[in-house]
Design a protein around this ligand. Structure first.
Ligand code: TYD
Length: 344
């Protein structure tokens, strides 16, 4: 991997899942200084930064991207920004959409404003393939229309529009990435793959929404971070880059692979009521990123096996994350989804 041309990098949401992996990658690539700004909500945790916080190149600040004072302090002296800070879970966005507007839209605005004043050389905004809405056939290209269909996706699309507007209106060198579904170690257990693994390890079933034939493209977290690093260093300002893995699977196939890897009973896959507005399929064309020289390195089979092995070995980590707050969320989200039928 190329080394960074920036002396000091601000990573917002650096204590979250993808953010914490990205911080490790940037350190491994020889970055001189990293400032991490993270609110440490339920999903972000210092437990995700084990081994990182002792590094003398890292400065950790607990704060909210929606708080101008916190952002002003964090961005001082930074030459580049990578914005991971976000509320990211679709199910939660259906329960509490306002929190998504506050952090994802307003928080991004505050960052863009301060980054413009600080005249940073690069501002990479981490977005999602969900902004396209469901892609029933083929693969979305970067210039396709955005048709987000849930509050999370709508908030990410709105944030992107502000980021692009800061490029065209104020010349802030903005880059946007739209990654597909990402999985790997340190992912909070509300998301499908870690939820399924930790449920199985707790003797609970995997809840499949609806018929389970919804399709996602699954990218291992290290590959996602390498893609962001590549775009940060070599992307063209004002451009959007899709990040895909070309590892499409229906949810049921993912659940069955996990049942097999963990030697669980196939009866532990249970169909429950579907998510409202559930996007049937996501798929992106990532040829623009491939032209920069990026390719995913980890196949789905390899990534899933690594992920299962990590959750088996790190029960200390995920049992601490499946705390009372998690249980309260779980009850709230799944209580209206009584088991519909066993999967055959
Ligand atoms: P998720 O990890 O929430 O990501 P996203 O909704 O952003 O794609 O869900 C991945 C897929 O798995 C999605 O189609 C919803 C489905 N799903 C279930 O079937 N059951 C679950 O308990 C969860 C959390 C997700």
């Amino acid at each position: 991997m190329s080394t960074a041309p920036f002396r000091r990098l601000l990573v917002t949401g650096g204590a979250g899942f993808i953010g914490s992996h990205f911080v490790r990658l940037a350190l491994a690539c020889g970055i001189s200084e990293i400032v991490i700004l993270d609110k440490l909500t339920y999903a972000g945790s210092l437990l995700n930064l084990e081994g990182v916080l002792d590094d003398p190149r890292v400065r950790f600040l607990q704060g909210d991207v929606a708080d101008p004072d916190a952002v002003a302090e964090a961005i001082a002296g930074c030459e580049a920004v990578v914005n991971f800070a976000a509320e990211t879970h679709v199910d939660r966005s259906l329960l509490e959409p306002a929190a998504f507007v506050q952090t994802n839209v307003w928080g991004t605005m505050v960052l863009l404003e301060h980054a413009t004043r600080a005249r940073v050389a690069r501002f990479l905004h981490v977005s999602t393939d969900e902004v396209y809405g469901e892609v029933l056939n083929g693969a979305a290209k970067e210039d396709d229309p955005l048709r987000p269909r849930n509050p999370y996706a709508a908030s990410k699309a709105a944030a992107e529009h502000f980021a692009y507007a800061y490029w065209t209106s104020y010349g802030l060198p903005v880059l946007i990435t739209r990654g597909c579904n990402t999985y790997g170690p340190y992912q909070y257990p509300e998301k499908f793959i870690p939820l399924a693994i930790t449920n199985l390890l707790s003797g609970q079933p995997i809840p499949i929404y609806g018929d389970g034939l919804q399709e996602r493209d699954w990218l291992f977290v290290d590959d996602h971070c390498r893609a962001i690093w590549m775009v940060l260093l070599h992307g063209e300002a004002g451009q959007v880059y899709n990040i895909g893995a070309s590892e499409h699977r229906p949810n049921l196939a993912v659940a069955r692979a996990l049942v097999e890897l963990l030697g669980a009973d196939p009866e532990t896959i249970v169909h429950v009521a579907d998510r409202p507005g559930h996007d049937r399929r996501y798929a992106v064309d990532w040829s623009r990123l491939a032209a920069l020289g990026w390719r995913p390195r980890i196949s789905f089979a390899e990534g899933l096996a690594k992920t299962v092995a990590w959750y088996c070995a790190r029960q200390d980590w995920w049992r601490a994350r499946r705390d009372d707050a998690f249980a309260a969320y779980y009850t709230r989200n799944y209580k209206g989804r009584a088991s519909v039928s066993r999967s055959s």
